[in-house]
Design a protein around this ligand. Structure first.
Ligand code: C6P
Length: 417
C-alpha cells in the first residue's frame, strides 16, 4: 500500500472523500472501493444538501408564476443553465438545453438537426461509440435514408485518422464522435476533427459524457457545434443532462416534443415556438435535480479541471503499470496515460468478466462488467465483454492496489493461482 498523498497537482483525493458520504459505507464487511465512476459518480454532501434545500424551501414550478417560490425555483433552474455554459465555456446560456442525460441530448440533435438531412446525406461516426451515439443515428438512417459511415480504429484503440479524408466529403452533414471512449479510455482529437468537419461543411457533435467530468472541456476552443453530457457522471444528480449548442444552430432547429413551455402561441390547430432554449424543454423540467447540480460544478472549479485531469492521468498511468505487471490480463486501449482518460478495461482470459466483477464485489470493490453499451466495439475487439475500472477525483493509488489484490484473489478463488 502506498501512503496517502496529495497529488502533484495539489489536492488530496483521500481528504475529498469526507465530502462524499456514501464513500464511508462498507460492502460485504469491507470498505467500499468505488471504481465504477464512468457509469455514475458519487455525489458530494453539497449536492445532497442543495437537493434537500430546494424541496424544503423553494419547490414550485418554473417560468409560470409570479409568486416568491416560483421565482426562486426559476432562478435556481436558470442558474444551472448559466453555470453549465460557464463550465464548458459556451458562448451563451441560450445554447444550453436542459434534458435528462447525454443520451437525450444526442437524440435531440439526431431528431431535430437530423430532420434537415435526406437521401444521400451522410453521418460520420466511429467504431468506438457508445450506443447513445449510434442508435439515434441508426434511427435517423432508417427514417431518412441517410448513410452512416464509421471511422475505424487502430490496433491500439485510437481513431484511425488516416481514414478521415476518404470518409469525409461534401455529402457528410454530421460528424458525431465521443471525446473519450467509455471502454478504451481513448481521448480523441476532437478539435482537429471538428476543423476537418467544418471544412467539409458538416456540423460537429461531441459526446462529452466521459470527458466533461474528467478534463477541461472548452466548447468554443473545441470547435464543437453540439456537446452532450450528463450531470450524474459529473458528481451531480441523475435525471439531468445537457445539450450545449451554438445558439444560431438551435435557432434553426424544430422542437421534437410539444407541450407546455415550448410554445409562444397556440390555437386549436396551430402553434408557434418559444425562444431557444425553452423551445426544446416541453413540460415541467427536472427542476430539483437541476437546482442541485451547481454545487458539483463548484467542487470541480475549486479543484480546477486541469488538476482533476492531472490527478486521473497520474492514477491511470499507475493502474496501467500495475495491471500490466500482473502478466495475465488483456488490457484494451492505448497504453500511454497521456492518450487516455481515467479508466481501464481488461479481460482475464480464464474468468468471465461478470464472474470477476462478482468476486471483486465480495472484496468491496465496485467495477463494471459487460459490453458497456458498445456492442460494435466489443465485436471489433473480439470480446463478448470486459471488466472496467474507472477513476474519479476521490480515488487514489490505494484503490488501484486494492483492485490488483482483488484480481489476484479472484485467480485463487477460481483455482487458477
Ligand atoms: N456510459 C458507462 O459507460 P447517459 O446514460 O445518457 O447518462 O450517458 C450515455 C453515454 C453516452 N456516451 C458515453 C461515451 C457514455 O459512456 C455514456 C454512458 C455508461 O458505464 C453507462 S452505459
Amino acid at each position: 500500500m502506498t501512503a496517502t498523498a496529495t497529488t502533484a497537482v495539489g489536492f488530496d483525493p483521500r481528504a475529498l472523500r469526507a465530502r462524499f458520504p456514501i464513500l464511508a459505507r462498507r460492502v460485504h464487511g469491507r470498505p467500499l472501493v468505488y471504481l465504477d465512476n464512468a457509469a455514475t459518480t458519487q455525489k458530494p454532501t453539497a449536492v445532497l444538501d442543495a437537493l434537500t434545500s430546494y424541496y424544503t424551501t423553494s419547490n414550485a414550478n418554473v417560468h409560470r408564476g409570479v409568486h416568491t417560490l416560483a421565482e426562486e425555483a426559476t432562478a435556481l433552474y436558470e442558474q444551472c443553465r448559466t453555470r453549465v455554459a460557464r463550465f464548458v465555456n459556451a458562448p451563451d446560456p441560450r445554447g444550453v438545453v436542459i434534458v435528462r442525460n447525454a443520451t437525450e441530448a444526442i437524440n435531440l440533435v439526431a431528431r431535430s438537426w437530423g430532420a434537415t438531412l435526406g437521401d444521400g446525406d451522410e453521418v460520420l461516426l466511429s467504431e468506438m461509440e457508445h450506443h447513445s451515439n449510434l442508435v439515434p443515428w441508426i434511427m435517423l438512417a432508417r427514417e431518412r435514408h441517410v448513410t452512416l459511415r464509421h471511422l475505424p480504429l487502430t490496433a491500439d484503440g485510437r481513431l484511425d485518422l488516416a481514414a478521415l479524408p476518404s470518409l469525409l466529403s461534401r455529402r457528410t452533414r454530421v460528424v458525431a464522435l465521443t471525446a473519450m471512449s467509455n471502454v478504451l479510455g481513448t481521448i480523441n482529437p476532437i478539435a482537429e476533427i471538428a476543423a476537418a468537419a467544418h471544412r467539409a461543411g458538416a456540423v460537429m457533435v461531441v459526446d462529452g459524457a466521459q470527458s466533461v467530468p474528467h478534463m477541461p472541456v472548452d466548447f468554443t476552443a473545441l470547435g464543437a457545434d453540439f456537446l452532450a453530457f450528463s450531470a450524474h457522471k459529473t458528481y451531480g444528480p441523475t435525471g439531468v443532462g445537457f445539450l450545449v449548442a451554438k445558439p444560431e444552430l438551435l435557432e434553426r432547429m424544430e422542437p421534437v416534443a410539444g407541450g407546455g413551455e415550448m410554445i409562444r402561441e397556440v390555437r386549436l390547430d396551430w402553434a408557434s415556438w418559444n425562444e431557444i432554449p425553452h423551445r426544446f424543454e416541453a413540460g415541467t423540467p427536472n427542476i430539483g435535480d437541476a437546482a442541485a447540480f451547481p454545487p458539483a460544478l463548484d467542487l470541480l472549479e475549486e479543484l480546477g479541471m486541469a488538476a482533476v485531469r492531472a490527478h486521473e492521468r497520474e492514477l491511470v498511468g499507475y493502474a496501467l503499470e500495475r495491471l500490466r505487471a500482473l502478466g495475465w490480463l488483456q488490457l484494451h486501449g492505448p497504453m500511454d496515460a497521456d492518450s487516455r482518460g481515467g479508466l481501464v478495461s481488461f479481460v482475464d482470459p480464464e474468468i468471465h468478466p461478470h464472474d470477476l466483477a462478482q468476486v471483486l464485489d465480495t472484496y468491496g470493490i465496485a467495477v463494471r462488467a459487460g459490453h458497456h453499451c458498445a456492442q460494435p466495439l466489443m465485436r471489433r475487439l473480439d470480446v463478448a465483454a470486459t471488466a472496467r475500472a474507472s477513476l474519479a477525483i476521490y480515488n487514489d493509488r490505494d484503490d488501484v492496489d486494492a483492485l490488483v489484490e482483488g484480481l489476484v484473489a479472484a485467480r485463487t478463488y477460481f483455482g487458477l493461482a
